[in-house]
Write a protein that binds this ligand. Structure first.
Ligand code: RP5
Length: 176
């Protein structure tokens, strides 16, 4: 399929996934997989707050005009990327701190979560790319009834999985 017809079939991106390096993709791909499972069109890009600040600012500044409704930003080390994006857009910014140094992500967590008043970044757990995608889906579902129904099914499935785990444990205990 040609690139243009593929984009048309999949729809315009509604969520942006940005990361500081291609080395972040192993973790951040979980966000893309979860968005794909919910059939939410998304775009994926690498820019760096420190190494390519102009490209980062351009991506964030044009995000709303490109049709994005939320952005997910993953970075490790002195992770300023989500904060810089939040400085350039009023879209909801979801930050994913990543484990990229000997500090095991604590550095990125503090850099991502400790935003000054007025410029929020909704920060998920270290490596929490899937939850970042779910939070983005929940934001979009506020004004998208079909997506809200998919979320309801997802949550019901989570509940069923826990019930199945409990049933397995009870059966194991009775057999012991
Ligand atoms: C951060 O530095 C990136 O987000 C990545 O987590 C980390 C290491 O980047 P590379 O040196 O692998 O490009 O900016």
């Amino acid at each position: 399929m040609k690139k243009s017809s593929k984009a048309k079939k999949e729809g315009s991106p509604r969520v942006g996934i940005l990361m500081g390096s291609d080395s972040d993709w192993e973790v951040m791909s979980a966000a893309a997989r979860r968005l794909t499972a919910f059939e939410v069109p998304h775009e994926i890009k690498v820019t760096s707050a420190h190494r390519s600040p102009a490209a980062t600012a351009a991506w964030a500044t044009s995000a709303r005009k490109r049709g994005l409704q939320a952005v997910i930003v993953g970075a490790g080390a002195a992770a300023h990327l989500a904060g810089v994006v939040a400085a350039h857009t009023a879209l909801p910014v979801i930050g994913v701190p990543l484990d990229a140094t000997s500090l095991r992500g604590l550095d990125a967590l503090l850099a991502t979560v400790q935003m000054p008043s007025g410029v929020p970044v909704a920060t998920v757990a270290i490596g929490g790319a899937e939850n970042a995608a779910l939070l983005a889906v929940q934001i979009l579902a506020l004004s998208d009834a079909a997506l809200a129904r998919k979320l309801d099914r997802f949550k019901a499935d989570l509940e069923a999985q826990v019930e199945a785990k409990n049933a397995r444990l009870q059966a194991h205990r009775q057999g012991a």
